[in-house]
Design a protein around this ligand. Sequence first.
Ligand SMILES: Cc1cc2nc3c(=O)[nH]c(=O)nc-3n(C[C@H](O)[C@H](O)[C@H](O)COP(=O)(O)OP(=O)(O)OC[C@H]3O[C@@H](n4cnc5c(N)ncnc54)[C@H](O)[C@@H]3O)c2cc1C
Length: 437
Amino acid sequence: MFQTQIAGAAWDDDTQRWIVTTSRQDRLSAKYLVIAGGILSKAKLPRIPGIETYAGKAFHTSRWDYGYTGGSASEPMVNLADKRVGIIGTGATAVQVVPKLAESAKELFIFQRTPSTVGWRGNKPTDTEWFKSLEPGWQWERVENFTNAVMGTQPEVDMVQDAWTEMMWVGVKGDVQTPEEIAELERIDFVNMEGVRHRIEDLVDDLDTAEKLKPWYGQWCKRPCFHDEYLPAFNHPNVHLVDTDGQGVERITAAGPVVDGEEYPLDLLIYASGFEVTTDYDHRLGFDPTGRHGVPLSEAWSDGPHTLHGVLAHGFPNLLMISTVQGGWGTNFVHYLSETSNHVAQVIAECEAQGIATIEASTQAEEEWLMVLYGTVAGVARYNATCTPGYMNSEQEMNAKSARNLAYLGSIIDYAKHLKAWRDAGGMVGAEVTSGR
Ligand SMILES: Cc1cc2nc3c(=O)[nH]c(=O)nc-3n(C[C@H](O)[C@H](O)[C@H](O)COP(=O)(O)OP(=O)(O)OC[C@H]3O[C@@H](n4cnc5c(N)ncnc54)[C@H](O)[C@@H]3O)c2cc1C
């Protein structure tokens, strides 16, 4: 159902069905409700005082207005030739957008709170002969090889050979505990970050700008970026880095952003401020599923999420979730999404085969799963505590609720093993089921 948003979903215990309502006034009934509402799908704006007073043109990167900028994803944005453009945010999206804006805008101001790490990307055409030589099953082999490489398992052959597999997740592995192991990982982390900083010196001509673009934090504090044109864009005479020394934009007036008392009047202000990652699940979804006895998810999870595998939840029969909330997580989201989707399909098939009417997690199983999650988090929590604010550490505002709002932080391959072991054991241990159809 295209262009249709779920407005609400309520469990009806009498009919044992989900009643789903939509933005188009549909009322649908379903035995199972699978939510795959996205990982980074809800745009986020920064809480900058005065943001609502800005009088020029503005949009979030995920709401790009080519009507205003001209051009397209593959053509220059010709309407910007006489425009002063500002962009707030220097994360994964801005790194991709800035080189294109630098080509088109009359003047470009990049407002930076914290610089990203920007490694080499090295995109190149795929060798068609090599592609033809691949045997069936190559893709999944490559997916697992990549995950093993980035998790530091070090497969014999690095099939992907990109900057991710070169860096590896070693710095935040949960099973690293001894002071010697931690020290060694910090050393590797520092060496990698020195490489990132030297790359900036090599590519950015102006020494002052280069210094300001250098990230001084651990390599996994923020999502690492990879780009071959971002750093050279700062050599264009029309491109200006407005570094805020970690403070962020002070305020926004009708004319534009203010940093260190200086106002930057703009025609166009672009928010490359990312997407919600650690906010409440119902907020990200845009609807609040109502489970047994009319209890909304927001209420059941008022102290943080409660799930088994991130998939089943107590009080929400036949609701199956595919998200990072107490679920999988890793560099390649598609890997864990495939594993979780497969799991969801198998759970539903099993319910149908066994004549199960409803399935949900037991509260005990939810708490046991939380302990499994905590077992993967120690190294990451220690690491993130040292980081500058960002979505990896809930903007440094961790509390008891956000401590439940975590993902399985070990390897996706291990997460998938948990799911498979649960399925293979049979009996749906930890799930409460009722029979009937
Ligand atoms: C800037 C950025 C960088 C990323 N980088 C990476 C990366 O490096 N590696 C990686 O693996 N992944 C990355 N991703 C994540 C990427 O989003 C996921 O890998 C993948 O797209 C998730 O697939 P999905 O089907 O779960 O969600 P999505 O592709 O987000 O699809 C979710 C769908 O649910 C719909 N939806 C949501 N709420 C409702 C509702 N109430 N009613 C009806 N429909 C609804 C949405 O409209 C959307 O169509 C990145 C994403 C962003 C935005």
